[in-house]
Design a protein around this ligand. Sequence first.
Ligand code: HEC
Length: 118
Amino acid sequence: MKVLPCLALGFAIAVRATSGAWAADSGPAGEVAKGKEVFQYWCVACHGEGPMKPGTTALQAKYNGKLPARLEERLDLTPELTKFFVRNGVNVMPPFRKTEISDADLKALGAYLARSRP
Ligand code: HEC
C-alpha cells in the first residue's frame, strides 16, 4: 500500500493550506477544491515539498529559482499547459490516461493549478 503515506502527506498539506488565505480563492471554489484532491492523489509524490520529490527536484534544476520548483506555487500554469503535460508526460513523468485522471478531474486540476492567489 504505497498510497497511504501519500494520503497522510496530502492531509498534512490540506490542513496547512486551509489555515492560510485559502478562502480568498476566486472562481468556482468547488472545482478548485476537487483539483487539489486530484493533485494530492496523483502529483504530490513527485511535485510535493521536501526531499525525494523527483518533479520538484527536476524543476528546481530546470528553472534554477526563476520559477518556483513546486507546481502549486507557480503562477504561470494555465489549464492548457497542465493538460498537455498530464496527458503527454515529460521525461520520467508518465502520461496519465483518462481511466486514471478523467477529463473532469483534469479540468479541476487545471483550475487548481491556475487558481488566483493573493
Ligand atoms: C513520477 C513522478 C511524477 C509524477 C507522478 C508527476 N510528475 Fe509532473 N513532472 C515530473 C518531472 C520529473 C518533471 C520535470 C521533467 C523535466 O522537464 O525534466 C515534471 C514536469 C511537470 C510539468 C512541467 C513543468 C515545467 O515547467 O516544465 C508539469 C506541468 C507537471 N509535471 C504536472 C504534473 C501534474 C499535474 C501531475 C499529477 C497529475 C504530475 N506532474 C505528476 C515528475 C512527475
